[in-house]
Design a protein around this ligand. Structure first.
Ligand SMILES: O=C(O)c1cc(C(=O)O)oc(=O)c1
Length: 306
C-alpha cells in the first residue's frame, strides 16, 4: 500500500508557469542546486523528516531546466528524504547523463552501496547543520564518511547558518575534500557586508582554496525584497552586494542554482524565470557568468567534458 502524505501546514508549493528569463544563460549552463520531492506515493518521505513538502518530480524538474535554458542539473538530496537517496538517484538515472547528485549517507553505508551511488552519478555528500532541518550527527561520524568518500573523488556540501561558522570552523577546515557551501553560509544581510560575520566567511574561502560557495537563494536571504514576482527585474536588492562580493572575489569557486522547488519558504514562492534574471546582478560580465554557470560546475561535476 502506498502512503498518503499531508503537507506541513502553510506549505508553499513551487510556482507553476514561471516566466521565460530575459537573461539568456550561456550554452552548457548548470543549475547546480535543486531538489526532487518524491512523488511521495512512489518515493516516500523519510520518517525522521522535519517537514512534509508537496511533490516535485524529476519530470517537472527537467521541464523547468529546459524552460529556463539550462543544460544540466545537480540534484541535492533534500532533508525530507533523509538518507534514502532513491528519488534523487532515480532522477539522475532518467537524465541521460545530464544530472549529477549529492547524497546523504550514514556511516553504515557499504562500499558496494557507495559504488552504486557513484555509478548513478553521485559526486558528493551533504552535511547539514541547520537545526530546523536535521537532527545532530556526531562529527566523528561525518569525518569517517568524508574519509570514505574522498577516494571516490567526491566532495562535501555543507549547509549552515552564518552565526554557527565560528564553532564549525575547525571541523570544516579539517575536511579532506573540496567543500561546497550552500547559499553562501546564509549571511544575515541586515548586517554590514564588511562586518565581522561576513568577513569570517570571506576569510574561510580566502584561506582555504578547497572551499567553494553556491551564490544561491536570494529569496531566502532577502529581508527587503522586492520579490521575484510580477516581472520584477531588480529583485532582492539587499542580497546583491553579498553575492557579488563572493562572485568577484572567488570567480573560479562559485556555483549557482535555482533551489527549486524551494523548500520551507514562508513568505512567497519566487518565479524561477525571474531568479535567472537575478544572475546578471551578481555576475556582471559575460566572463563571470560563464565561470559561474558553465566552467565551474562542469569542472566539478562533469570533468570528463573539459
Ligand atoms: O533552507 C531550507 O529550508 C532548505 C532545505 C533543504 C532541504 O530540506 O534539503 O535544502 C535547502 O537547500 C534549503
Amino acid at each position: 500500500m502506498t502512503e498518503k502524505f499531508t503537507k506541513t501546514p502553510g506549505w508553499l508549493d513551487w510556482y507553476a508557469g514561471p516566466s521565460k528569463p530575459r537573461f539568456k544563460v550561456p550554452a552548457g549552463s548548470v543549475d547546480a542546486h535543486c531538489h526532487v520531492f518524491g512523488p511521495g506515493d512512489q518515493f516516500p518521505f523519510a520518517p525522521e523528516r522535519k517537514y512534509t513538502p508537496c511533490d516535485a518530480s524529476k519530470d517537472q524538474l527537467f521541464a523547468l531546466r529546459d524552460h529556463l535554458g539550462f543544460d544540466k542539473n545537480v540534484v541535492v538530496q533534500a532533508t525530507c528524504h533523509g538518507a534514502d537517496n532513491r528519488a534523487m538517484v532515480d532522477a539522475l538515472k532518467a537524465s541521460g547523463g545530464r544530472a549529477k547528485g549529492i547524497a546523504t549517507v550514514k556511516r553504515s553505508i557499504s562500499d558496494a552501496e557507495l559504488k552504486e551511488l557513484h555509478d548513478a552519478g553521485v559526486r558528493g555528500v551533504r552535511f547539514n547543520f541547520v537545526k530546523r532541518l536535521v537532527d545532530f550527527t556526531p562529527k566523528d561520524e561525518l569525518l569517517e564518511i568524508a574519509s570514505r568518500i574522498a577516494p571516490l573523488g567526491w566532495h562535501v556540501v555543507i549547509y549552515f547558518e552564518a552565526v554557527d561558522l565560528p564553532e564549525l570552523w575547525d571541523f570544516f577546515t579539517a575536511l579532506p575534500t573540496t567543500v561546497v557551501v550552500d547559499h553562501m553560509g546564509r549571511p544575515d544581510v541586515s548586517k554590514p557586508i564588511d562586518g565581522p560575520e561576513f568577513e569570517l566567511f570571506l576569510k574561510f574561502m580566502r584561506e582555504h582554496t578547497n572551499v567553494w560557495s553556491k551564490v544561491s537563494c536570494p529569496e531566502r536571504l532577502s529581508l527587503t525584497g522586492p520579490k521575484a514576482l510580477n516581472g520584477e527585474q531588480a529583485a532582492y536588492q539587499d542580497v546583491v552586494p553579498f553575492a557579488r562580493k563572493v562572485v568577484e572575489s572567488f570567480p573560479d569557486r562559485v556555483l549557482w542554482g535555482t533551489d527549486w522547488p524551494h523548500p520551507n519558504l514562508k513568505d512567497h514562492m519566487p518565479d524561477d524565470g525571474l531568479l535567472v534574471d537575478f544572475i546578471p546582478q551578481i555576475a556582471t560580465t559575460a566572463e563571470l557568468q560563464r565561470k559561474l554557470l558553465v566552467d565551474n560546475p562542469t569542472r566539478l561535476y562533469w570533468p570528463e567534458l573539459k
